[in-house]
Structure formats: structure tokens, C-alpha cells
Design a binder for this molecule. Sequence first.
Ligand code: HEC
Ligand code: HEC
Ligand code: HEC
Ligand code: HEC
Ligand code: HEC
Ligand code: HEC
Ligand code: HEC
Length: 271
Amino acid sequence: MSCHGPAGPATTVETHHTPPDLNCTDCHNPMNPTGNWKHIKPTVDGAVIAFGTPTTAPTAIQYADEAGNGLCEVCHDTLTLTYYNSDGSGLPHNAGSICTTCHTHPTGFVPPSSVADVPHETITDCTLCHDDGTYVDGATLNNVKCLGCHGPAGPATTVETHHTPADLNCTDCHNPMNVTGTWKHVKPTVDGSLITFGTPTTAPAAGEYADGLGNGLCEVCHDTLTLDYYNSDGSGFPHNDGSVAQYVQPVIRIREDLYRQSYWQIHRMRR
Ligand code: HEC
Ligand code: HEC
Ligand code: HEC
Ligand code: HEC
Ligand code: HEC
Ligand code: HEC
Ligand code: HEC
């Protein structure tokens, strides 16, 4: 992937994302002539397959023939898929098509309906959020990806992550992939606790940030119980009780404040 990954010099592709990633070499043998298109192995998962020639693209039937012999069927031997299992079971589905026109290699062959929820649904380059191996439920994504758009140089609303000793991950709090039923795609389960947090169109109530009992979004994680205010067990003093802005803005502004403070300190030292 150092060559075929997003940063590499060669065609960018993704491995097949089934629950765990497959190996490139489950399908390809780039070392030897294979007689097949794109160095697809002549034997995949124990089954002999034909897949075009080095210079001729394969036909639709060589992807899937509904009998279980196509490249996109031979491995599917848990027989749990809706379509195209290796024993020929499963409904036909876009029969006669080149499967990879929809199940593309750069998205790891996952069904194309897997676009992120609104407002990220127009992002067709999935690797703007995902790294290899993160096409799974509950994935933790690299903040650098989100900040590519949400950082100061990006086109989207600029935000900052939560600054606790170490930065948190955006995906500790957000799930932009799926419909979450909450405000700003905040996850319905954060740090193992179920939370309510408004709806996609209704901002959350103050109590949903912190209810003083440890159930609010701004309480559930604070489980070292060392904070002055709002620990997850309900301990800690109340603090700007019932307010919204006071709780949220610091998430975004904490560092700005520090920056501003240190800027003036340095400025004064220089004088
Ligand atoms: C499930 C089987 C499978 C796996 C796993 C797989 N590939 Fe492929 N690969 C294919 C098929 C099929 C094609 C032919 C192109 C098509 O039909 O889209 C292909 C084509 C390619 C191409 C040519 C793309 C082009 O546009 O010319 C490259 C490069 C490639 N694969 C690299 C990789 C790498 C690197 C990995 C591992 C990260 C990988 N493949 C994993 C099946 C697979
Ligand atoms: C080297 C083995 C292998 C090959 C070749 C292969 N698959 Fe799969 N695929 C799997 C496995 C393993 C699963 C999990 C289900 C199972 O075991 O039956 C799976 C599941 C899937 C799923 C459903 C899960 C998901 O990721 O959403 C899709 C879609 C899929 N494969 C598409 C394809 C397509 C399209 C091709 C042909 C380009 C292909 N597969 C070729 C191994 C393979
Ligand atoms: C026109 C686009 C399109 C084409 C072409 C296409 N698929 Fe799909 N495929 C989808 C979509 C959308 C889904 C997810 C929704 C669904 O399950 O119907 C999907 C789902 C699947 C699944 C997962 C089903 C499951 O049980 O989770 C498999 C396996 C699959 N396709 C195999 C294939 C194979 C093999 C081919 C080639 C014959 C193919 N698809 C061609 C759009 C396509
Ligand atoms: C805005 C960022 C973003 C974009 C763009 C994005 N994803 Fe995701 N995706 C995520 C996050 C975050 C998760 C983990 C969701 C969770 O917590 O379960 C995820 C999870 C997934 C999963 C695991 C199943 C699920 O729905 O949770 C699949 C499959 C997936 N993404 C496929 C894709 C594909 C294919 C694309 C491109 C069409 C894409 N994603 C684009 C952020 C993104
Ligand atoms: C390719 C650019 C792009 C990437 C990458 C991206 N976003 Fe966004 N995001 C946007 C745009 C555009 C909007 C909508 C307008 C705005 O807020 O600027 C948005 C809006 C949001 C919103 C507020 C709206 C809502 O209902 O969710 C959240 C939360 C969000 N993004 C989180 C994330 C997270 C987390 C990641 C990384 C997993 C991410 N974004 C990656 C472009 C991007
Ligand atoms: C501690 C939890 C938490 C973390 C970590 C977090 N967010 Fe948020 N985010 C929120 C909350 C809560 C809101 C809703 C703010 C409000 O309206 O009160 C929000 C709102 C947003 C918005 C919408 C801003 C607007 O003005 O519409 C975007 C975009 C966003 N987050 C992106 C990100 C990105 C990107 C990261 C990682 C760099 C991130 N968030 C990390 C909790 C978090
Ligand atoms: C995903 C987990 C998580 C969520 C959600 C969360 N926090 Fe935190 N926060 C932490 C951790 C971890 C600490 C360190 C103290 C601890 O563990 O109890 C911390 C500490 C803090 C601190 C003191 C340290 C500092 O950086 O100055 C403030 C202030 C704070 N959080 C505000 C908030 C606010 C406001 C919200 C709601 C928008 C929130 N937190 C939601 C994880 C979280």
C-alpha cells in the first residue's frame, strides 16, 4: 500500500473490505505471469478461475456466473450473502454487469450505498476519511483526515478536537457515516454510555450536555473523577448550570485561549 495507497505513486486501490481486510495476494500474483487480467491469480481460494487475459478485460460472467465460479463468487463460502454465494445460492443482482463498476476497487469492493450520511454524502473519495482497515463499525479515524477539511486550511467549518492531556479523536464523539438521530452526528453511545443529544434538526437541551448526575455528553467520559465540575459519577460542583454555550464553546476555544494567553506572554517578554 505504500505504492498503491493514497500517498503512493501507483494507481490507488483498496483491499477487499469484508469484516477484516483481505490480502492483496489473495487475489493477485504480481510476481509471475498469470495469464489473467491485472495479474489475478488463476486459482483463488482453491477454485480455478478464468479472468480475461493480460490484454483483454474479463467478461461479466467471469466476475459472476450465478453458479459460483466467478472471481466475485468463489470465496463467498459462508453462504450468508444475499447475492452470489460460491455454491450458486443467493439471488441474482445486477446480473451480467461488471461488478466492479459499482463495487469499486478504491472503496474496497464494499456496496456503493455505503456513502456517508448528509452532509458528507457527496464525498466519493472515501479515503478522504478512511484509511485501509477502517471500513468497519465503530472505526476510529485519523483526525488528520477530518482536519483536511475542518482544519484552518480546509473548505469546511473549522473546529478543533477536545484537548484533554492528549487530543481526542473526532470519532470518539462523531459518527458522520451513519444516521445517528442526534445533533451534528454526535454518537448515541459515547465512552460506553448511552446519551441523548438533540435531533438532527433540534439543538440539544442544556441538560443533555450535563445534567449534574453524570449522564450528559460533557460528563460521561470524565471518569478519572478529578475534575472540579461534572464528573461521570455525578461528583464535582455544578458550574454554569443549565447553560449551553458555556459548555460547548470551550471545546473549540480552549486552545485558542491558551494560544492568545501565551502570545501575549511572549509579546510582553520580548518588550
Ligand atoms: C477480491 C480480490 C482482490 C483483492 C483482495 C485485491 N484486488 Fe486488486 N484487482 C482485483 C480485480 C478484480 C481487478 C481488476 C480491475 C477491476 O475489475 O476493477 C484488480 C485490479 C487491480 C489493479 C489495477 C487497477 C487499474 O486501474 O489498472 C491494481 C493496481 C490492484 N488491483 C492492486 C491491488 C492491491 C495493492 C491490493 C491490496 C491492497 C489489491 N489489489 C487487492 C481484485 C482484487
Ligand atoms: C479472496 C476471496 C474473495 C474474493 C476473490 C472476493 N471476495 Fe467478496 N468477500 C469475501 C469474504 C470472505 C466475504 C465475507 C462473506 C463470506 O465469507 O461469504 C466477502 C463479502 C463480500 C461482500 C459483502 C460484504 C461487504 O464488504 O460489504 C461484497 C459486497 C463482496 N464480497 C464483493 C466482492 C466483489 C465485487 C468481488 C469481485 C471483484 C469479490 N467480493 C471477490 C472474500 C472474497
Ligand atoms: C449498479 C450497481 C451494482 C452493480 C453493477 C453490482 N452491485 Fe452488488 N451491490 C450494489 C448495492 C447498492 C448493494 C447494497 C444494497 C443491496 O444489498 O442490494 C450491493 C450489495 C452486494 C453484495 C452484498 C450483499 C449482502 O448480503 O450484504 C454482494 C455480495 C454483491 N453486491 C455482489 C455483486 C456482484 C457479484 C456483482 C456483479 C455481478 C454486483 N454486486 C454488481 C450495487 C451493485
Ligand atoms: C466524513 C467521513 C466519512 C466518509 C466521507 C466516509 N466514511 Fe465510512 N465511516 C466513517 C466513520 C466515522 C465510520 C465509523 C462509523 C461508526 O462509528 O460505526 C465509517 C464506517 C464505514 C463502514 C462500516 C459500516 C458502517 O456503516 O459503520 C463502511 C463499510 C464505510 N464506512 C464505507 C465507506 C465508503 C464506501 C465511503 C465512500 C463512499 C465512506 N465510507 C465514506 C466516516 C466516513
Ligand atoms: C472532504 C471534506 C470533508 C471531510 C474529509 C470531512 N468533512 Fe465534515 N463536513 C464537511 C462539509 C462540507 C460539511 C458541511 C458544512 C460545514 O460544516 O462546513 C461538514 C460538516 C460536518 C459536521 C456538522 C454537520 C453534521 O450534521 O454532521 C460534522 C460533525 C462533521 N462534518 C464531522 C466530520 C468528521 C468527524 C470528519 C472525519 C471523520 C469529517 N467531518 C470529515 C466536509 C468534510
Ligand atoms: C468531546 C466530543 C467532541 C469531539 C472530540 C469532537 N467534537 Fe465536533 N462537536 C461536538 C459537539 C458537542 C458539537 C455540537 C456543538 C453545539 O452545537 O453545541 C460538535 C460540532 C461539530 C461540528 C459542527 C460545527 C458547527 O458550527 O456547525 C463540526 C464540523 C465538528 N463538530 C467536527 C469535529 C471534528 C472534525 C472533530 C475532530 C477534530 C471533532 N468535531 C471533535 C463534540 C465533539
Ligand atoms: C469522548 C470523551 C469525552 C467527552 C465526550 C467529553 N470529554 Fe471533556 N475530558 C475528557 C477526558 C478524558 C478529560 C480528562 C479528565 C478525565 O478523564 O476525567 C476531559 C477533561 C475536560 C476538561 C478539563 C481539561 C482541559 O482540557 O482543560 C474540560 C474543560 C472538558 N473536559 C470539557 C468538556 C466539555 C465542555 C464536553 C462536552 C462538549 C466534554 N468535555 C466532553 C473526555 C471527554
